[in-house]
Design a protein around this ligand. Structure first.
Ligand code: SDX
Length: 431
């Protein structure tokens, strides 16, 4: 924590309290209220955490006004253009870009952890074939704590590191198995001769009956999608992982909790919801009706893939994703994709509408990702599993950071109680 010289004065009922102010390396100052309840007997109130810093961190920085996203200081557009996912994983986990030798060692380690315990295959067969792959992932990832006992002791840094490697390595295998199970095809084992993204595509789209060649264009696009989703400060699912970890829960249980939270349509489930919305809109002439619905306070409909709690001008990931959508669809010969046309028309119409401008609503990372994923052959049900796979390194990096802080303690928020005050029990014959 940075030294603080500044303080804020809070006056309640004529009594003044000095609250320390901490200054960050980037972003807003924070008001330290840790002693407020003890000193003043009051809580602060911030149900959606719109003005609350829940921790300090050195991993990812977002500037919502500038549309800036930095991972350990490196801008997301540079990482998406010049780096690749496993190098970004190393950066998020260890804080610096790796040397060639460090990267080779890290990639070898991850590659050699991609298989899951053979007995875990049975878990998939307990699900109905039409189970959502996110349901399968929550179950199977949580069950990893029943198999990898040598990496569940969170007090042992080496076990924490092994758990981190196992989760990053096995998540694509689990996601691909969830997909294969849902379409009734046999599982494909990981291949050590393929890179991370190519291996995932191979496990998803290859069949034992014939050779499957991974298109390097798709593999590069897949890797870029992984990078664009890798980490994002204290979003809902990352905060879930941190809160689960604060009780001392094992890493696999914490990541399963993060997957569950990400599934919601307001969060990682938006990529699936967005493509379903674009299909429902159908064609550009229907856009005005949906724009009107999104603005109607009496209509619960929202433009999925639009808006963000932090970004108030544009989501830098959406900018890169939109470029990638154009490239991939052209390379796949589907540049005339009607859904992409509807998406671009919808974006233009919404950005030209004062309602969206005033509320600072514009495409977020989920708006274009589904278009690419569908063009690559994924069903909409696999969009959020891809997001979960990508975000595992962010969850794990934040989990590691929290555990390495000796001052960390169990998260236990309080409340503004508006319920009944004490009253006596009434026997049923007197009610
Ligand atoms: C992700 O936190 C992260 O970093 C998340 C994420 C990550 O990488 O981890 O970036 C990934 O989750 C991206 C967001 C994906 N979700 C969606 O695309 C779902 C649609 N968007 C929203 O539901 C909404 O914009 C949120 C959830 C993203 C943000 O919600 P906020 O910050 O709580 O804003 P809000 O709900 O208070 O809305 C502010 C106003 C409201 O109008 P008023 O009540 O002030 O009149 O804007 C309106 C909302 O009605 N509004 C929308 C809208 N989003 C907000 N109106 C129409 N369409 C929308 N999409």
């Amino acid at each position: 924590m940075s030294d603080t010289q500044k303080t804020a004065t809070l006056t309640i009922d004529g009594q003044s309290y000095e609250l320390p102010i901490h200054s960050p390396t980037a972003g807003p100052d924070v008001l330290d209220i840790r002693k407020l309840y003890g000193q003043a007997g009051v809580f602060t109130y911030d149900p959606g955490f719109t003005s609350t810093a829940a921790c300090d961190s050195t991993i990812t920085y977002i500037d919502g006004e500038k549309g800036e996203l930095l991972h350990r200081g490196y801008p997301i557009d540079q990482l998406a253009g010049k780096s690749h996912y496993l190098e970004v994983c190393y950066l998020l986990l260890y804080g610096e870009l790796p040397s060639a030798a460090e990267l080779e060692d890290f990639e070898r380690t991850i590659t050699r952890h991609t298989m899951i315990h053979e007995q875990m295959h049975n878990f998939f067969r307990g699900f109905r074939r039409d189970a959502h792959p996110m349901a399968t992932m929550v179950g199977v990832v949580g069950a990893m704590s029943a198999f990898y006992h040598d990496s569940t002791d969170i007090s042992d840094p080496r076990q924490r590191e092994v758990a981190s490697h196992r989760l990053i390595a096995k998540m694509p295998t689990i996601a691909a198995m969830a997909y294969k199970y849902s379409i009734g095809q046999p599982f494909m084992y990981p291949r050590n001769d393929l890179d991370y993204a190519a291996n995932f595509l191979h496990m998803c789209f290859a069949v034992p009956a014939e050779e499957y060649h991974v298109d390097p264009i798709l593999s590069r696009a897949m890797d870029r999608i992984f990078t664009l989703h890798a980490d994002h400060e204290q979003n809902a699912s990352t905060s879930t992982v941190r809160l689960a970890s604060s009780s001392g829960a094992n890493p696999f249980a914490c990541i399963a909790a993060g997957i569950a939270c990400l599934w919601g349509p307001a969060h990682g489930g938006a990529n699936q919801a967005c493509l379903e919305m674009l299909k429902e809109i159908g064609s550009p002439e229907n856009i005005p009706e949906y724009i009107a619905r999104a603005k109607d306070k009496n209509d619960p409909f929202r433009l999925m893939g639009f808006g963000h709690r932090v970004y108030k001008n544009f989501d830098p990931r959406a900018t890169v994703m939109k470029q990638s959508a154009d490239e991939v669809l052209e390379l796949l010969g589907v540049e005339n994709n009607p859904i992409l046309a509807t998406a671009k028309e919808l974006e233009a119409a919404a950005l030209a509408d004062p309602y969206f401008a005033e509320k600072k609503l514009f495409p977020n990372v989920d708006f274009y990702s589904g278009i690419i994923l569908e063009a690559m052959g994924f069903p909409t049900s696999m969009f959020t599993p891809v997001f979960a796979l990508s975000r595992t390194v962010g969850w794990i990096s934040q989990w590691k950071e929290q555990l390495s802080d000796p001052a960390h303690k169990i998260g236990r928020p309080r409340q503004l109680y508006l319920g009944e005050t004490e009253r006596d029990y009434v026997d049923i014959e007197n009610r």
